[in-house]
Design a protein around this ligand. Structure first.
Ligand code: PRX
Length: 632
């Protein structure tokens, strides 16, 4: 009989080395690890290492080891943007595709440790390319295909990418995404010019410009499916994924091989209660961490059959997602609250028109899910027979840290992520940094390292330590605020820092402000997150103009959002602009965002201590603008 969650959880805390040593057996190692872990979150001896001495390859673990027993079983089902014939790959076929791409990379001189950037649509080749990198030890850095050319250029330069993998175009909700065109722009914007070649997959077949000597079509390269996997050290880097923080440019979160592999395998197996032969569909794009850990690595390491959809869940209509569930008999569905809320708004008929009897488990991730949406997901979509797993985690955590386990009915609590996974020790800290005992609300931190934890910010180890381990010394600080109830279940309240979560996508307000400030009429901006019933949060921008300029309510919002689109991508869009004569500042000239946040929430009467304010008049002025609805 399986031990209970409590027994297993207590064992994971009382004997973490023994617990995680045993859990490592889920992977196939060339050399078994010598030491399970060694970690300290303190400045004096700060380090995080898991499974030292062990060697393995995750592409081999995702594919080769399934070949003996399941080579002819389906590994991947690809569903195009609009309904049409799906394409399937067996484990054998997928292995062949991955090896071929790995050989292309080798042929282009890519070797272990080199960085390879992927800017891909949601097609099987995106997944194959990630695994091809892992196979030869190259570090993949996937950039979401919705990011702009400028964002891509920044990321290419940051990790000094040697190769860029892309496709002619992508398709999303009936729209064409001009990927190769963006790549050409990005390469001309790149300062460092480290990219030697661009490997292009033909997807829509559109004619795109190909620079001789630099750009190569994958299909035109010699096919060779014999590619032995490189033996990787457990702490060798697997990938870099850029994510927004509260300050500066997005940072390259670096994950390594052994611990990440063990953690994503176990969390996938237990939290989605995966059973061999089941079909699993994660609607996240490969450009996000969910796409890495629970579209590619976690499921494939377990030998799961993936459903991959190029489009969006609500195109051409709100029934599309359920039609795909019916068409491919999906057993486990993992999606985001924004999608759930927007589908709910379209009415139950879109759902009930499709057979969902195959569904067994429903997952959600990325933003807090409101109880109404949770209940709709469970009762209408899942006919009240499928448990919902609301999973809390982050790009930095590599895998899910707090989530229900689907077998436990006491953990079906609308809006709560319930309890920590094995080995995870969350704590809530009060304003003095003291741990809150029992029920309460505070900063969500983690006390002990776990195998899937990020290892550094690529190229900037000090930034890693400073960002996550200095606010509360000795703890990993998530940036989130959470509440713990009497039953010990956690409820995520949202970010405490200057990160805004829009439809599950993270944006740093600093990034948005520096883009807005490039407009030639703008003097200064301050951006805050405001609640939004559909997208969780949205952006509100307070803007001051240069001398002699006047606010043009017709033109400026469009121009400013256009800049954001170019600099960051379509996910960055300000919902409300508030023109202001001045922004609230300290005497040393620092914008006091706390005041703007309160004003944006209509809490002008709860501004607290304003004695540090150098220009109190502006607060009243902003309040008036907000009251008369002059904002646009
Ligand atoms: O604020 C939390 C929110 O998303 C943040 C992490 O964003 P990202 O690194 O992009 O990863 C998203 C997918 C793992 C967190 O700091 N978040 C994530 N999951 C949840 C959540 N908020 C509430 N409930 C969740 N289940």
């Amino acid at each position: 009989m399986m031990p209970s969650y409590e027994t297993e959880y207590q064992r994971s805390l009382s004997d973490p080395a023994g617990f995680w040593a045993e859990k490592a057996d889920i992977l196939t190692w060339h050399t078994p690890p010598q030491k399970t872990f060694s970690a300290s979150f303190h400045k004096e001896d700060f380090h995080i290492k898991w499974y030292e001495g062990g060697t393995l390859n995750l592409s081999e673990n995702c594919l080769d080891r399934h070949l003996e027993t399941r080579s002819h079983e389906t590994a991947l089902i690809f569903e195009p943007d609009v309904d049409g014939p799906a394409k399937t790959y067996t484990f054998q076929e997928m292995h062949k595709e991955v090896c071929q791409i790995a050989n292309h990379l080798r042929g282009l001189g890519i070797k272990k440790g080199d960085r390879v950037t992927l800017y891909m649509p949601m097609i099987p080749e995106a997944i194959f390319s990630m695994l091809a990198c892992a196979r030869i030890g190259a570090i993949h850095a996937v950039v979401f295909g919705g990011f702009s050319a400028a964002s891509l250029a920044d990321r290419l330069d940051d990790c000094e990418s040697a190769l860029l993998i892309t496709a002619d175009q992508g398709q999303r909700g009936g729209k064409i995404v001009p990927l190769k065109e963006n790549v050409d722009k990005a390469l001309s914007l790149s300062q460092k010019k480290t990219v030697q070649n661009v490997l292009v997959f033909q997807h829509t077949g559109a004619t795109v410009s190909m620079e001789e000597g630099r750009d190569l079509y994958a299909h035109a390269l010699p096919a060779n499916a014999d590619c032995p996997a490189v033996e990787m050290g457990s702490e060798d880097p697997l990938f870099i994924l850029y994510t927004s923080g509260s300050t500066g440019k997005p940072k390259g979160v670096l994950h390594t091989t052994g611990g990440y592999g063990v953690y994503t395998t176990h969390t996938f197996k237990d939290i989605f209660d995966y059973k061999p032969g089941e079909r699993y569909w994660c609607t996240a794009d490969v450009g996000w961490i969910t796409g890495h850990s629970y579209l590619v690595y976690g499921p494939l390491l377990n030998g799961a059959t993936l459903v991959v959809h190029e489009g969006v869940p609500n195109y051409p209509d709100a029934g599309r997602i359920w039609q795909i569930v019916e068409k491919h008999k999906v057993n486990i569905l993992y999606t985001a609250p924004t999608a759930i809320r927007s589908l709910m708004a379209k009415g139950d008929a879109h759902v009930t028109a499709h057979d969902r009897s195959s569904l067994r488990i429903l997952g959600t991730v990325g933003e807090p899910i409101n109880p109404t949406a949770w209940t709709w997901y469970k009762d209408v979509v899942g006919e009240n027979r499928c448990p919902v797993v609301d999973t809390w985690w982050q790009t930095e955590t590599g895998g899910i840290l707090i989530s229900p386990l689907p077998q436990d009915p006491t953990r079906q609590k609308a809006g709560s992520v319930t309890k920590p996974f094995y080995g995870i020790q969350p704590a809530l800290l009060d304003e003095q940094g003291q741990e809150i005992e029992g029920a309460g609300e505070g900063a969500l931190v983690i006390k002990h390292s776990w195998p899937g934890q990020m290892r550094t910010v690529y190229g900037d180890p000090d930034r890693f330590f400073d960002t996550y381990f200095t606010t509360y010394p000795g703890y990993y600080f998530s940036g989130d605020r959470a509440m713990r109830d009497e039953a010990g279940d956690y409820w995520i309240r949202g970010r405490m820092d200057d990160v805004v979560n829009i439809s599950g996508h993270r944006l740093g307000t600093a990034e948005v402000e520096s883009a807005l400030n490039t407009h030639n009429c703008i003097s200064e901006t301050a951006v805050v997150g405001i609640d939004d019933p559909l997208t969780s949060q949205a952006l509100m921008a307070f803007v001051t103009l240069k001398k002699g300029k006047t606010w043009d309510a017709e033109a400026f919002p469009n121009e400013l959002n256009h800049i954001l689109r170019d600099v960051i991508g379509p996910i960055a869009k300000v919902k409300i602009f508030v023109p202001a004569g001045d922004l609230p500042k300290t005497r040393s000239g620092k914008i006091i965002r706390r005041i703007l946040r309160k004003l944006s929430e209509g809490q002008g009467d709860q501004l607290g201590d304003l004695s540090t304010l150098a220009n109190p008049q502006c607060v009243e002025d902003i309040q008036k603008t907000l009251k008369v609805g002059k904002s646009v």
